[in-house]
Design a protein around this ligand. Structure first.
Ligand code: ADP
Ligand code: MG
Length: 351
């Protein structure tokens, strides 16, 4: 965690000096950003598009653990989590605001690392840091990211547009970030039991990368535009596939048939799940932090994605009274469980 770096107290700079120091290295990419950090409020010029705004809040020891998450990765991942919600509306993320609460254990160098990660995400996704707030916290780090974006009205994709007969698709692969977390937790316990033990992360690079430094699927939004697909509904997969399927069904008033064998799972995810006596399917259904996109498309669009490695068709939408089921690899039909979530039971009133 904290390396043996120099330690400069934040109080040496004062709040204004700190903000200036942290934000001066950020570039402005977006034409709509008229005024960023430095005044009482940021100023964005109007656009003919719709504006999208979303916020994520992260708390130390609730959402991240400094034992195994470097601060630069925490900064990067927090931005990814926020902008993923903008892409999930089929929009483009353009600005972010960053608010931090810092306890006295945080040195200037630690906060610099955090902002290094935030800046790396801003460069990769062409985001402008346009403001935020800074305050003292009693314990640990609180980090809130607000993302602002835009979407043309005709492209806006909500959770509620899926229709009976539509195909259910997901990008990338699922469950890896959850298994990465299980490995990091296991090695943390080993380390706490014996400080001489070196963590054994060999052969786990993909799943640990997916946990510590995920990416948001801006590329998918661009691809959908290129291949001229307007999804009927979309949501990002941040809490596990099952709970996202429930959200989509509830909002669109549909049922779903999901095929277990179609759920995309990487080989390393699969092998690690078995090693830990977990079901790979459960990791994909109930793990979190994948930041992939799940969406529905009309069957007429199937030929446009059929051969793409970016997309998996994992099921189809039905009438609500048909329920939300998974068809297992052995061919059984069982109701989908969203662990830790209040299950949504569609009924005829929803028709
Ligand atoms: P005020 O006292 O008017 O709220 P602040 O001193 O909090 O102003 O903020 C000054 C400027 O710095 C504002 O533009 C604000 O948005 C920005 N800012 C404050 N904290 C942060 C932060 N942690 N990261 C980025 N910008 C920040
Ligand atoms: Mg302020």
């Amino acid at each position: 965690m904290f390396e043996n770096k120099e330690r400069t107290e934040i109080s040496k700079l004062g709040e204004f000096g700190l903000i200036q120091h942290l934000t001066e290295k950020f570039e402005i990419f977006q034409k709509d950003t008229m005024l960023g950090v430095g005044d009482d409020s940021a100023v964005l010029t109007g656009s003919e598009k719709l504006r999208l705004i979303t916020t994520e809040l992260f708390l130390e020891n609730v959402h991240f653990d400094l034992m195994y998450s470097p601060l630069k990765h925490i900064g990067y991942k927090a931005v990814v989590a926020a902008i993923s919600d903008i892409y999930a509306m089929n929009g483009n993320a353009e600005q972010i605001m960053v608010s931090i609460g810092l306890s006295s254990k945080y040195s200037l160098e630690a906060v610099e690392d955090l902002y290094f990660g935030i800046n790396a995400a801003c460069q990769k996704y062409r985001l402008d840091l346009v403001g935020g707030d800074t305050t003292t916290s009693v314990t640990g780090l609180a980090l809130s990211i607000t993302a602002i974006g835009s979407v043309a009205e005709a492209k806006l994709t909500k959770r509620n547009g899926a229709k009976e007969g539509d195909l259910l698709c997901v990008t990338g692969d699922l469950g890896a970030a959850y298994l990465g977390l299980q490995i990091l937790e296991r090695e943390k316990q080993v380390f706490l039991a014996s400080k001489d033990m070196q963590p054994d992360l060999e052969g786990k690079d993909y799943i640990i990368g997916r946990q510590l430094r995920p990416e948001a699927r801006k590329d998918i939004i661009e691809t959908l535009e290129e291949i001229k697909i307007q999804p009927t509904s979309m949501i990002d997969v941040s809490d596990g596939l099952a709970s996202e399927v429930f959200h989509l069904c509830k909002e669109s008033k549909i049922g779903v048939k999901l095929y277990e064998e179609k759920i995309p799972i990487d080989q390393q995810t699969y092998d690690t799940a078995l090693e830990l006596n977990l079901s790979p399917t459960t990791a994909a259904l109930s793990g979190g932090d994948d930041f992939e996109l799940m969406f529905t498309i009309s069957q007429n669009d199937y030929s446009k994605i059929e051969h793409s490695p970016d997309f998996s068709v994992i099921g189809y939408c039905t009438a609500p009274h048909e329920g939300i089921d998974i068809i297992t690899k052995s061919g059984n039909l069982v109701p989908l469980e969203a662990q830790g979530w209040e299950n949504y039971k569609p009924n005829n009133e929803d028709k």
